[in-house]
Ligand binder design. Structure first.
Ligand SMILES: NC(=O)c1ccc[n+]([C@@H]2O[C@H](COP(=O)([O-])OP(=O)(O)OC[C@H]3O[C@@H](n4cnc5c(N)ncnc54)[C@H](OP(=O)(O)O)[C@@H]3O)[C@@H](O)[C@H]2O)c1
Length: 277
């Protein structure tokens, strides 16, 4: 059998369709987890591993997901921990049990205060890169055996900031640009083993990450209205919009889709310099 030839895979109770979502407690991660289970439990037993740092939020998410009805059996496993720590990645690898059909890298941070790159401290730049870039490289490295075994699919959640600078968010933009190249490099390196690596590239999403920059709901709503007005499709991107693209890229049927980038921003980033925040 050639390296690219698909093994006959039948997902059963003993060998469920196994998925891992990092950043699962975030706005986008929750939608992704929800939609992945919904789609893949229609036909196969599913095993879903969820990562985040906050155990209360993780437990809450597990509870919510378990309350829904699924056609096939679903088991949810929580792996709580900071992904900048090697032990967390090790636990994820151990819990996968040597098989991984889908990996969604959805964790990420931006700077707590806006600052131009020239005035950003080295420590802060490194902190952003540790989470947004290095942790992703480590996870894929550690899980590559399980991904190869399953001919799995990796989806990296990047941002339009990977190709468009945002004044005051230089460290975030640089980390996402590095992440974009990581995705392309891995797609070429792992492709021969039947592992696909693709990215979703959201613009501004109505989410906690943006909400926390605003003092109250009123000013956040004003920001969303402005965003909607400026977007060619006259809509604001939601976590569900991003999650639908992730579910599509995870699908093992999409064997030819590798190194793709799905931009989800209603073409806002094509309008040139944007200063919304
Ligand atoms: N929101 C947007 O407008 C937007 C736009 C473009 C791209 N993105 C990208 O989409 C992804 C998700 O964003 P979001 O809006 O869902 O953000 P969010 O609501 O702030 O969620 C971030 C997630 O990342 C996890 N996380 C942060 N640092 C971590 C670490 N060191 N170790 C493990 N987990 C960590 C958080 O876990 P805890 O809950 O435990 O802290 C949380 O689950 C990010 O990569 C972000 O850059 C977002």
């Amino acid at each position: 059998m050639s390296k690219t030839e698909n093994k006959k895979s039948k997902w059963t109770e003993e060998n469920p369709f196994t998925l891992l979502v990092t950043g699962s407690t975030g706005s986008i991660g929750q939608s992704v987890s929800n939609k992945l289970i919904k789609k893949y439990s229609k036909k196969h037993p599913v095993r879903l591993l969820l990562n985040g740092r906050n155990s209360t939020k993780l437990e809450q998410l597990k509870k919510e997901l378990e309350q829904r009805n699924y056609k096939q059996s679903v088991s949810i496993l929580l792996v709580c921990g900071d992904l900048t720590q090697k032990e967390t990645t090790r636990s994820l690898r151990d819990q996968c049990g040597g098989k991984l059909n889908g990996l969604v890298l959805c964790h990420g941070i931006c700077s707590e205060s806006e600052n131009t790159l020239q005035f950003t401290k080295q420590k802060e730049l490194e902190r952003i890169f540790q989470v947004n870039f290095f942790s992703n490289a480590r996870i894929v490295r550690k899980l590559s055996t399980a991904l190869k075994e399953s001919h799995g699919s990796v989806v990296i959640v990047s941002s339009t900031s990977e190709y468009q600078t945002e004044f005051g968010s230089g460290s975030y933009c640089c980390s996402k640009a590095a992440l974009a190249m990581l995705a392309k490099t891995l797609a070429v390196e792992l492709g021969p083993y039947g592992v696909r690596v693709n990215s979703v590239v959201p613009g501004i999403v109505d989410s906690e990450m943006h909400h926390k920059f605003f003092q109250n709901m009123e000013s956040y709503q004003e920001f969303l209205d402005k965003c909607k007005e400026m977007t060619p499709t006259q809509c604001v991107v939601t976590p569900n919009d991003v999650a639908r693209a992730v579910v599509f890229l995870i699908n093992p049927k999409n064997k030819a889709i590798n190194s793709a980038q799905i931009v989800i921003d209603g073409a806002l980033s094509q309008k040139g310099a944007i200063e919304l925040l």
